[in-house]
Design a binder for this molecule. Structure first.
Ligand SMILES: [Zn+2]
Length: 344
C-alpha cells in the first residue's frame, strides 16, 4: 500500500500574521514526522488549480476580489482571516493539490492520498472567505468529480462544522456531506435538523457534539446515524476534511478525541469506497504535537496499517442517550421533508 502525500514549500509562505494559530509551523511538524513511513509515502508537489476549477465552486467576482486584495499587498478579510501578497497564488496551489491527487489516483499511482495544504478550505462558501479559509479546496475537488459523473462522499471530521462545504452542495444530489463537529462552536452552523434542500434532501448529515465528547461516542454516532445513508448513497469517491482540532490538546476547541480516534474515524470511513478513491485534505489542528500525531494516525489508516488493541485507547463509554436524541431529531427533520429515514 502507498499513500500519495501532496504538499508544497509555497504553502509555508501564506502569511496569516504574528501569533495566528493557522501558521506555517503546522506543515513543518507534519512533514517532519513522515520519514517513519519509509516507502509507504510517495510525495508529490501540487500544481495550481485552474481558474475554471475554482469558479466551478466560487463566484468569479469573489475570486477576483481576493486576487486584487492580495495584489495590493494583502490585509484582513475578517477577524480570523487575512491574506498576504502571495496568498492568492498559494490558495490556487492548495486547491490544486486535491485535483492532482485525484488525477494521480486515477492513474493508479497510489492507494489513497493525503494533501497537507494551507490555507485550509471547509469554511469558504461560494462567495465568502472566512475562518482561515480562502477557497474551498475539498469542494473544488468534489465538484470536479461530480462533473466526471462520480458520486462523492465527504466526511468532515474537523471540530468545526464545514459550513462552506455544506452550503455549496446543500441541494446537490451527487454529494453526501457527513460532519461530526463540536456544538456550540464557530461558525455556529451544522444543526442536526439541516438535512439538505430539493434534490439534496437527506444528503447532508450533521452530527453536532457537545464539548468533551469522546472519540468513541463520535465514532458510534457516525456508525449509528450515517452508516446506512452512506451505504445506500453508493459513493464512488470519498474526500475527507481531515481537521485534527478535535484532539483534546487543541487550544481552539473542547472535544475529547485522541490521535488514535483519527485512526479509527479514517478506517471507519474507508469501508465505504473502493481503493484508490480516497483523498484526505488537511483542515484544522492547532496543537503542533497533537497535529503531528493525529496526521500520522490518519495516514496509518490510509495505509491500511492495523494497530494492536494495546496501542489504542481503551474503549470508553459511549453516550447512547446523545446518539438516540440526535437520531430522533434527524428522523423528524427527514419526515418533515416526506422522506422515510433509513432503517438502522
Ligand atoms: Zn477546525
Amino acid at each position: 500500500m502507498t499513500v500519495l502525500f501532496g504538499t508544497h514549500p509555497e504553502y509555508l509562505e501564506h502569511d496569516t500574521g504574528l501569533y495566528h494559530p493557522e501558521s506555517a509551523s503546522r506543515l513543518e511538524v507534519i512533514t517532519s514526522v513522515l520519514d517513519r513511513f519509509g516507502d509507504g509515502i510517495v510525495r508529490f508537489q501540487p500544481t495550481p488549480a485552474s481558474a475554471a476549477a475554482v469558479t466551478g465552486v466560487h463566484n468569479g467576482s469573489h475570486v477576483a476580489e481576493i486576487r486584487q486584495l492580495c495584489l495590493m499587498g494583502g490585509g484582513p478579510i475578517d477577524a480570523d482571516t487575512q491574506v498576504g501578497y502571495q496568498s492568492y497564488d498559494i490558495a490556487l496551489l492548495a486547491a490544486g493539490a486535491g485535483l492532482d491527487a485525484i488525477a494521480r489516483l486515477q492513474r493508479g499511482e497510489g492507494d489513497a492520498a493525503f494533501v497537507a495544504v494551507r490555507p485550509p478550505g471547509h469554511h469558504a462558501t461560494a462567495d465568502t472567505s472566512m475562518g482561515f479559509c480562502l477557497f474551498n479546496n475539498i469542494a473544488i475537488a468534489a465538484k470536479t468529480l461530480v462533473d466526471q459523473g462520480e458520486r462523492v462522499l465527504i466526511v468532515d471530521i474537523d471540530a468545526h462544522h464545514g459550513n462552506g462545504t455544506q452550503d455549496i452542495f446543500y441541494g446537490e444530489q451527487s454529494v453526501l456531506y457527513v460532519s461530526i463537529h463540536q456544538h456550540p462552536l464557530y461558525p455556529g452552523t451544522g444543526r442536526v435538523s439541516d438535512v439538505g434542500v430539493s434534490r439534496g434532501v437527506g444528503l447532508t448529515i450533521n452530527i453536532p457534539l457537545p464539548p468533551r465528547t469522546s472519540g468513541q461516542t463520535a465514532l458510534a454516532a457516525l456508525e449509528s446515524i450515517a452508516s446506512s445513508s452512506i451505504t445506500s448513497f453508493e459513493p464512488t469517491w470519498m474526500l475527507i476534511s481531515a481537521g485534527f482540532d478535535g484532539h483534546r490538546a487543541d487550544p481552539l476547541t473542547d472535544l475529547g478525541y485522541s490521535s488514535d480516534d483519527f485512526f479509527n474515524f479514517t478506517r471507519w470511513a474507508l469501508q465505504y469506497v473502493p481503493k484508490q478513491r480516497t483523498v484526505a485534505f488537511l483542515e484544522g489542528g492547532y496543537d503542533l504535537a497533537a497535529l503531528a500525531e493525529s496526521t500520522v494516525a490518519a495516514i496509518e489508516a490510509l495505509l491500511g496499517a492495523s494497530r494492536k488493541p494495546d496501542q489504542l485507547v481503551p474503549a470508553g463509554s459511549v453516550d447512547k442517550d446523545l446518539i438516540a436524541a440526535l437520531s430522533r431529531m434527524r428522523s423528524a427533520a427527514l419526515r418533515h421533508h416526506d422522506i422515510d429515514p433509513p432503517s438502522h
